[in-house]
Design a binder for this molecule. Structure first.
Ligand SMILES: *[C@@H]1O[C@H](CO)[C@@H](O)[C@H](O)[C@H]1NC(C)=O
Ligand SMILES: *[C@@H]1O[C@H](CO)[C@@H](O)[C@H](O)[C@H]1NC(C)=O
Ligand SMILES: *[C@@H]1O[C@H](CO)[C@@H](O)[C@H](O)[C@H]1NC(C)=O
Ligand SMILES: *[C@@H]1O[C@H](CO)[C@@H](O)[C@H](O)[C@H]1NC(C)=O
Ligand SMILES: *[C@@H]1O[C@H](CO)[C@@H](O)[C@H](O)[C@H]1NC(C)=O
Ligand SMILES: *[C@@H]1O[C@H](CO)[C@@H](O)[C@H](O)[C@H]1NC(C)=O
Ligand SMILES: *[C@@H]1O[C@H](CO)[C@@H](O)[C@H](O)[C@H]1NC(C)=O
Length: 325
């Protein structure tokens, strides 16, 4: 196997020890937690930093994660955190700049963004499955926004997973829909970008209907409104989530109660409207897709059940579906 660590160009200074607390070890109906947390490290002097660390959990038994609780050490620094399930072990043990190996863990389990509530609770009767017959390795990804690229910033953030071995009825799945090809000229007040999981993709990827429980619409600073629509057939369009006064500093999960069904063959469409002209958003330069907060994104993060293995991403790049289907 050829392993390329293309981006590991520096060494993190580690001040502490990492610790995983998996204390659930009796046979009864237990509720417990697992802590995925990077040790205290010095952040490199660059504006956009993605730190990844993989954790191995005890997979003797299956668990459902019922709540995800961010652990914020340096509150102004963390822009988002993602937890992924991996079916392989990553060689690099400690925290490191996310690299191509990390990006091979594609099954994301939760996304938390700055401004979201302190605890992300899974819908009742559902949980995110980990452990036996599911993931033994969990990857924490922390996007840090080191404003001004300072060289004296430290952090030790992470995520606490509240787990139960009293399994709930449904396994949660997560899918990301959207567009990776973004090009917004400066001085425009109304630019529409769309990214869809088309009918062909849902036919191929979904063996059965899914039920959407929560949706998070994600853009950066130029985003002004967004919606997630389902196109049932060519005629019928339903809006599942919409934000008309988008501000990326107020990220929110839209809860669908009752959950809404999507059948194989139906289309899931993310629509993003941008403004690069009005006060507070005005720019003279073209803005493209990118990881940094000054670049743009157009994504919907969708929580659904029952989980469909492999239905993690259905993204477009221009006209083409990026992840294939
Ligand atoms: C792990 O558990 C031990 C014993 O319950 C506790 O002292 C410690 O603070 C926990 N660590 C974390 C990171 O939760
Ligand atoms: C894993 O958990 C089981 C009980 O669920 C326990 O018996 C076993 O010792 C644990 N293994 C490790 C390596 O902690
Ligand atoms: C486990 O907890 C659930 C509710 O939290 C309860 O309905 C169930 O009876 C409990 N099972 C056992 C074996 O204690
Ligand atoms: C951040 O973590 C370090 C090391 O664990 C600790 O000393 C410090 O108090 C933490 N700061 C905050 C704000 O939690
Ligand atoms: C978004 O919200 C922040 C904080 O409330 C505010 O400072 C900013 O002006 C808002 N942006 C726009 C474009 O309204
Ligand atoms: C854009 O360019 C014009 C003319 O060069 C200038 O007056 C204006 O301040 C610039 N706006 C921004 C947001 O940089
Ligand atoms: C989507 O992906 C398939 C291959 O998996 C390809 O045949 C198709 O042309 C792609 N593009 C669109 C717009 O569906």
């Amino acid at each position: 196997m050829i392993v390329c660590f293309l981006l590991t160009s520096f060494i993190f200074t580690v001040f502490g020890h990492n610790e995983i607390n998996s204390t659930s070890n009796d046979e009864s109906n237990t509720t417990d937690h697992i802590v995925l947390q990077i040790p205290l490290i010095q952040i490199p002097a660059q504006e956009t930093v993605y730190v990844c660390q993989q954790f191995e959990i005890n997979d003797t038994r299956p668990y459902h994660v019922t709540k995800f609780e961010p652990i914020l050490n340096n509150t102004n620094l963390v822009h988002h955190m993602l937890v992924f399930g991996c079916d392989f072990k990553i060689d690099e043990k400690g925290p490191h700049q996310c690299n191509n190996m990390d990006y091979k863990c594609r099954t994301w389990l939760v996304k938390w963004d700055i401004g979201m509530p302190d605890i992300l609770t899974m819908p009742k009767h559902t949980g995110v499955r980990i452990g036996k017959e599911s993931f033994k390795y969990l990857l924490l990804q922390v996007h840090m926004n080191n404003k001004g690229a300072k060289d004296n910033i430290v952090d030790s953030s992470g995520m606490k997973l509240h787990i139960t071995d009293n399994l709930r009825e449904h396994d949660i799945g997560n899918v990301q829909i959207g567009q990776n090809n973004i090009d917004i000229n400066g001085g425009r007040s109304d630019v529409l970008i769309t990214g869809k999981c088309n009918s062909r993709c849902t036919s191929l990827m979904l063996p059965r209907p899914i039920y959407i429980t929560d949706i998070y619409l994600h853009m950066h600073k130029l985003g002004k409104s967004a919606s997630l629509d389902i196109i049932r057939d060519r005629e019928v369009r339903e809006t599942f989530a919409t934000e008309t006064n988008y501000n990326y500093t107020r990220p929110m999960w839209h809860t669908l109660d009752p959950p809404q069904v999507v059948y194989p063959g139906q289309e899931i469409m993310m629509k993003c409207w941008y403004d690069s002209a009005s006060t507070g958003r005005a720019r003279n330069v073209t803005t493209n897709f990118g990881q940094g907060t000054e670049a743009e994104m157009c994504y919907a993060f969708i929580r659904y059940y029952p989980r469909v293995l492999g239905f993690d991403q259905c993204l477009q790049s221009g006209e083409d579906n990026l992840s294939g289907c």
